[in-house]
Write a protein that binds this ligand. Structure first.
Ligand SMILES: NC(=O)c1ccc[n+]([C@@H]2O[C@H](COP(=O)([O-])OP(=O)(O)OC[C@H]3O[C@@H](n4cnc5c(N)ncnc54)[C@H](OP(=O)(O)O)[C@@H]3O)[C@@H](O)[C@H]2O)c1
Length: 186
């Protein structure tokens, strides 16, 4: 069974999007697409993905604007309590417990890994269920002050890989476990 990874880009102060869900701060950064911890190397070993509805709706709006197609050929689970329109094949909308969805994803993925695309609280829900193995993050040289938090939890992580990819510090952390105490921002 493959690993479950939250692979994402973040600002230095821990935001994966600004408060208006903009990624403008990210797309202007210089990166080597064949460099350290790159997306193509990551996605080739992924057999199923999960994301929250804000992320899904961001992708849907982006694709509608650019004409891009749904980029994922592996099955995808989108967490929502609402009725949303599929914008590609293999998309399942769900509000089932993450434990159940993780089991479905694992069965679909075969020996490949699972990607929790985001956002941060959804990744935290997988971690809280003991189902998140690692966080791989591209840290951009920018601060925003506020926005969507990368991981609104108190957790211990272990740094297991660190590299530079042009503008980004790229880090792989194993999830050790919760530190206890209240959730940050609650
Ligand atoms: N920097 C990056 O690499 C990166 C990566 C991923 C995402 N992003 C961006 O970061 C932002 C993330 O947004 P976000 O923090 O709001 O998170 P999100 O996880 O994308 O969406 C949160 C929403 O998902 C639904 N949801 C979450 N957990 C659920 C559950 N257990 N059952 C059913 N529904 C559930 C809820 O909406 P409803 O029930 O109302 O539908 C919730 O409000 C987006 O702007 C996205 O584009 C950036």
């Amino acid at each position: 069974m493959g690993r479950t990874t939250y692979y994402t880009a973040t600002t230095l102060d821990g935001f994966i999007a600004d408060e208006h869900d903009s990624l403008d701060w990210l797309f202007v950064q210089d990166q080597d697409e064949a460099g350290a911890l790159n997306y193509d190397g990551f996605i080739k070993d992924i057999g199923a993905i999960a994301m929250g509805s804000t992320t899904y709706e961001w992708v849907a709006a982006h694709n509608a604007r650019t004409g891009d197609a749904w980029a994922y050929d592996m099955p995808a689970w989108v967490f929502t309590h609402r009725e949303l329109e599929p914008i590609g094949d293999g998309i399942t909308f769900t509000s089932a417990p993450v434990v159940d969805v993780h089991a479905e994803m694992t069965a679909a993925a075969g020996d490949k890994g699972l990607w929790v695309v985001g956002g941060g609280d959804l990744a935290g829900q997988f971690a809280d269920a003991g189902l998140l193995d690692e966080i791989v993050t591209y840290i951009a040289p920018v601060t925003l002050g506020k926005g969507r938090q990368i991981f609104p939890r108190r957790y211990d992580l272990r740094l297991v890989e660190l590299a530079q990819n042009k503008a980004f510090a790229c880090a792989r952390y194993e999830v050790v476990g919760p530190r206890g105490g209240p959730t940050l921002g609650a």
